[in-house]
Design a protein. Structure first.
Lengths: 154, 281
């Protein structure tokens, strides 16, 4: 139990750092004053931490913290739920694209060492990988297009 | 080192501070460059700060720029890179919350499109019809089964690893696509998202399609798509996020019960055509 407490504290520290990076990034990229975005960011940290704690308490569950965080925010902002206006009011001050830049900066740096693996990989597999990406993407898009048309949504 | 220990700050302050300063600089530079979009053919190329961030991050690695600048190697050593890897999962959470706040208000619309959401999950099988013939054409053998079975994220890695072992030909195929996706996935989907508008498929269908892979692939694709079609921005992001959530639930079963049997069947049918003389399991 003590270990979990320590783990959560460390995750919380990282969450604060990520939030600061996001606030600075979106101040530059989307001109959102830092002070104005802080309440929304705190709300986001709170939801994110709840997701992490759920995940920490259920380490065997395959459902990732990402999905928990999304689900909690989803439920809190459904139009017929009383928290909806309150949550949206604040989280709207945090820009969607602004949250993506720090993630990809961390991801890019973490990829660094794996470049060597890519070099070892047969170029044939890289081509097949792109074919697999395109196949999945357009396979889904074509089915979605047909069903959405049949349903009269588009 | 265990994941818990990597995040530990005690006695590791220098590693944390080094990494955060580098990321801060990468974020500032990426945001200063800003968003660009321009038409290419019928589609749109969208360049977002996140795209620069991932590319700059990769270039800063000890294997690339670190080779030329030894001082950089000291700031971004193996420790910092390992820490960055563990932080990605946490850094994704504010984005996850933002996605939730986009789906929540649109929940009725999303439920109405439920049948389309569920059926488009089968689109994952589209990879078999395109990737398998190409793999065989390139002369790959059993590797092509592992590579063409799906978009090969973590669930597939688990299934193939368990069934064939990751050092088997099938495993090498899956691992190859997995690694390519990890390293080049965001860049690839960041470009594909905007360009796909040129196919004249409806933006909402493309939004659902954006949800097929990992969270970062979905983010790259949907952010780029929504920047290309700004009038539908919120709906596109909501659809993509919902589709990604569903893939997280269905993906594993789709590989086990549909993807793998179908790929093996197609392999048996197609491999004689490509003159592969080997015993087919």
């Amino acid at each position: 139990m003590e270990n979990i407490g320590k783990k959560i504290l460390n995750q919380f520290k990282v969450m604060i750092i990520v939030s600061i990076l996001t606030l600075i990034g979106q101040r530059i990229g989307y001109k959102i004053p830092i002070g104005k975005a802080i309440p929304g960011m705190l709300l986001i940290i709170l939801i994110g931490m709840v997701a992490l704690i759920i995940k920490d308490l259920m380490p065997k569950s395959k459902f990732p913290a990402f999905a928990w965080a999304m689900l909690i925010a989803l439920v809190l902002t459904m139009p017929f739920v009383f928290t909806s206006k309150f949550v949206l009011n604040y989280t709207n001050q945090v820009n969607f694209l602004g949250t993506t830049t720090p993630i990809l900066a961390f991801a890019g740096i973490s990829i660094g060492m794996k470049i060597a693996k890519l070099k070892q990989l047969s170029w044939k597999l890289v081509i097949v990988a792109f074919a697999a990406f395109i196949g999945t993407f357009f396979g889904s898009a074509i089915i979605a297009q047909i069903i959405l048309k049949l349903q009269g949504i588009i | 080192m265990k994941e818990t220990d990597v995040l530990e700050t005690k006695g590791r302050w220098k590693i944390h501070i080094n990494l955060y300063l580098v990321v801060l600089i990468v974020v500032i530079v990426s945001e200063l460059i800003g968003t660009y979009k321009f038409p290419v053919g019928p589609g749109t190329v969208v360049l977002l700060p996140m795209l620069y961030a991932v590319i700059i991050g990769i270039i800063l690695s000890p294997l690339i720029l670190g080779k030329a600048i030894p001082a950089l190697k000291k700031v971004l050593s193996k420790d910092e890179i390992e820490l960055a890897g563990s932080i990605v999962m946490i850094a994704l959470l504010p984005l996850a919350v933002k996605y939730g706040t986009l789906v929540g208000p649109a929940i009725e619309q999303v439920i109405k499109a439920g049948p389309a959401f569920l059926l488009q999950e089968l689109g994952n099988l589209g990879t078999i019809f395109i990737a398998l013939p190409i793999a065989l054409l390139l002369g790959l053998r059993r590797e092509s089964i592992g590579a063409a079975v799906s978009i090969c994220r973590e669930p597939t890695l688990g299934v193939i690893g368990e069934r064939y072992g990751l050092d088997s030909p099938e495993g090498i195929g899956t691992l190859g696509v997995y690694i390519t996706g990890t390293i080049l996935g965001t860049i690839f989907f960041g470009l594909l998202g905007g360009l796909s508008v040129g196919t004249h498929l409806h933006p909402l269908a493309l939004a659902m399609a954006s949800g097929m892979g990992s969270a970062s692939m979905m983010t790259a694709s949907s952010a780029s798509l929504s920047t290309a079609v700004p009038v539908m921005k919120d709906t596109i992001l909501a659809y993509a996020a919902t589709s990604n959530l569903l893939t997280g639930v269905t993906g594993l079963y789709s590989v086990i019960f549909l993807g793998l049997p179908l790929t093996n069947w197609m392999y048996r049918k197609l491999s004689p055509v490509f003159h592969i003389k080997e015993e087919v399991k």
